[in-house]
Design a protein around this ligand. Sequence first.
Ligand code: PLP
Length: 456
Amino acid sequence: MTKTAVAPSNLGAIDAAHHLHPFSDMKKLNDAGTKIINRADGVHIWDSNGKQYLDAFAGLWCVNVGYGRQSIADAAYAQMQELPYYNTFFGTTTPPATLLAQKIAGHTRGKLNHVFFTNSGSEASDTWFRMARVYWKALGHETKTQVIARKNAYHGSTVAGASLGGMKWMHEQGNLPIPGIHHINQPYWYAEGGDLSPEEFGLKVAKELEDKILELGEENVAAFVAEPIQGAGGVIVPPSTYWPEIKRIAAKYKILLVADEVICGFGRLGTWFGHQYYDFEPDLAPIAKGLSSGYLPIGGVLVSERVAKVMIEELGDFYHGYTYSGHPVAAAAAIENLRIIEEEGLVERVRDDIGPYLAQALQSLADHDLVGEAVSVGLMGAVQIAADKATRRRFAKPDEVGTLVRNQCVDNGVILRATGDRMLFSPPLIISRSEVDQAVDTLRKGLDWLKDNHKE
Ligand SMILES: *Cc1c(COP(=O)(O)O)cnc(C)c1O
């Protein structure tokens, strides 16, 4: 097989000249220079200086089976030789697209039996958003169009995705949100729980869904969307009372419940899907990331029998789709990725072994002066930086402290992410115990550094 061409030594300058990066201040980035990543294996990546990093963030929450899987490369190569592309629009399919849909449905306990394919999580957000409205219209409920989402949620960067997301700084760019989307509070007890216990606070913010449905009128509400655990928002693990109350409200009113499984899906929480961990049944569930472990772009929307039945029997054409919906090469890579997850028992490994181990390791940070809370579910964890633990006071500039600690960790060879003042873990599902220790020890070092070097 041919090897990729050797990158020219002035790649950084070329990048600055021609490449605009996502979610980046390009002036700052060009001044600092981009880090060039050119190799990866297992849980490690290497930059162009040959420096090795432990990638405790699985790329961008996605490389669940780890890097360097020859069998995924082989599956994609074989499919490319056999049939590099065909569409699924006009009465055709390809074997990988159909077999992937079957394989995914097989892990939903029969509840989400259909898949609509996209190329990303953002496209999945735009897809279910239209699907939810189309569903109610097909049933004759023309006014059921409003969608309730949450502040500080992340559902992607397309117009519907960014609008559904609850990030103000994203809304400010591009006149978002689009009409018809409403945001209620998030279950972020540490920052917003005040004097309430976590359990009281979880109930209170969940009840906001009911209040919002009543305010808008049940006859106008199409759906509520939430990530089982908010990811980009800072791995906000909800209090134990939150999801049971959401479940109660969603059952009481005629609305669709949408679980954004783009991060939580495919083993991250020690279950195949996040809604299984929290024991609720969504009507729709966008997926991406871990579906292919990032080896090729592919996403989709899981569709319940309830919605699929209406789409199949009542709707007629759904005028929606992407040239590459169910792309055969991406689908072949995804099938092999899921086969690896099954064969190696990675979901069970997260649930029974490495997930509990990470939880324990993170707990060892709880005694640190700057750690407000250290929480995780499966292999999704967060450490909250606190200025004063006793009062849950945060530093005046949360982004600054998070970035400082993150940079320390990266300098010390561990890739973590900071959202504000929360340090986030989302490693590949194959990470070993000693690698978990390395990541957590490196974070402790970063926190020690902050304590010694940062004055408010
Ligand atoms: C990453 C993400 C998305 C968007 O997925 P893309 O593939 O980046 O478009 C949507 N929802 C959640 C929860 C995500 O984490």
